[in-house]
Design a protein around this ligand. Structure first.
Ligand SMILES: [Fe+2]
Ligand SMILES: [Fe+2]
Length: 156
């Protein structure tokens, strides 16, 4: 039956997203480490940031927004729309921040001025903090709500 299949897909999506969060958090920690050494951002920080961005943007955010959150919003029960709107809004803000960082990253070279390196480092630290908070909000609230909804639907 289609709806059972859909529930299984959503459960798998939720499991995948949780695994992805572990990977994201560990990459954020690696990035945080790399930022400490300002001598060679071009070879260390730049590729680490690009890898993370390439994973977050086409894959992770999309999986959340267009599969899980979309489904949650379409449930007839009292799903807290405010919290889902907030989390989607965070995606947008994080994406703008990543785009800004990406532009700075594009200009980084061996000859970059110390102040440019430092500015990039600050922006990356802000990004890392915001992203960790974002993951925490998803794990502690949104994914819990999703799990509850999925088990209600399973029993229905
Ligand atoms: Fe997210
Ligand atoms: Fe996430």
């Amino acid at each position: 039956m289609k709806s059972v299949e859909q529930l299984t897909n959503l459960e798998n999506t939720l499991a995948t997203l949780t695994i992805e969060h572990k990977k994201i958090l560990s990459e954020l920690s690696v990035l945080e480490e790399l930022i400490q050494d300002e001598s060679n951002y071009q070879a260390t920080v730049v590729p680490a940031f690009k890898n993370l961005k390439n994973f977050l943007l086409p894959d992770h955010h999309k999986r959340e927004d267009s599969i899980l959150y979309e489904w949650m919003l379409n449930q007839n029960t009292t799903v807290d729309h405010d919290i889902i709107d907030r989390i989607r809004d965070e995606h947008h803000k994080l994406e703008v921040l990543m785009e800004n960082i990406n532009q700075q990253v594009g200009k980084i070279s061996q000859a970059s001025a110390a102040k440019d390196i430092r500015m990039l480092g600050h922006d990356l630290i802000d990004f890392i903090e915001l992203y960790r908070e974002h993951v925490e909000l998803e794990e502690k609230f949104i994914f819990m709500i999703a799990k509850g909804l999925l088990s209600v639907r399973r029993r229905a």
